[in-house]
Design a protein around this ligand. Sequence first.
Ligand SMILES: [Zn+2]
Ligand SMILES: [Zn+2]
Length: 354
Amino acid sequence: MDRPYPALTEDGYYTASFYSFFDIPGAELPELRRSIQDEWSQDLAVVGRIYICEQGINAQLSIPEENTERLRAWLEKSSTFVGRIPRFNWAIEHRRAFKALHVRVRPLVASGDPLDMQMLSREPEYLQPAEWEQELQEAQARDPDTLLVDMRNNYEFRIGRFQNSVCPDVDTFREEMAVVRNMCKDRPKDKPIYMYCTGGIRCSVAGAILKSEGYANVKTLQGGVIAYGRHVRERDQEQPSIFRGKNFTFDKRLGEEVTSDVLAKCDQCGGPCDAFTNCANTSCNLLFIQCAACAAKHHRTCGNAVCIQRAQMSHGELIKNRMGPIWNYHMRVRPEKVFGKDGIARPEALAAKN
Ligand SMILES: [Zn+2]
Ligand SMILES: [Zn+2]
């Protein structure tokens, strides 16, 4: 567990993520879940989201500055983590990014299939940010056909990405693997495949799958875009970044800046913008890109009448007028597809009712 850098925080919290693959006996999971949930939230005031399962742990956390050493001490004392303290991937911008701590027994990556430990042990090659940058630029200069895959969701790719990367146009990890296999199938098995994601876990899994299928030369960015963004911040500012725009984060911040380039457009008016927001109607909660003018015009909602009306309701009124989820998963991950030309989102569920 390295020290956070830069040692600056707006509100006294550091934000970090980590993951680690190792066997945890299924019978120990309930007790491990309980001890992390109780001790980290009550004694250490940690907030965030943690998944544990028989294949390891995946965590995104904000930790009060004064408790980072105590968290390390907890991990060092724990019989589960002894000798395998995960490497902390510190954020670029530090602040309290979660409301509470949620620890769940759940697969670490929504891969659709249970992760096989033997397969996961076929790890891809991990490149440090500086090596990644240099090697990738050299490879691309030598061969314009160098494959660089962005393994994140499409909406993350919209606001920031590595130059010359491709992001499979799909909604799930399983579909994504099918596209990547297709991209690789006519290439020599030893030709390098470069891949990156937010914090590294997706590529650890995807890289292991590809290696187990015979691709010998899979290379991934250690610590993902988060680590590369930190690298760019820490070094001489004159050196250009090969990642442009924002790194999307799955917390209240909804993104941290790597460079000031704005790559995306407001989903409602089409103006340049890369600020993700959630619709102010909490039962809609659609995640989409909204500029300040559209936020004012549509009352911080996705624009349909039901959302505008519900965004004004009190908590009591909302409870009285309960409403189920109005977007399915595929619509949620494709916000740009649900808006009409007038900048108003039209969920099918609402269309059916009106
Ligand atoms: Zn707009
Ligand atoms: Zn809405």
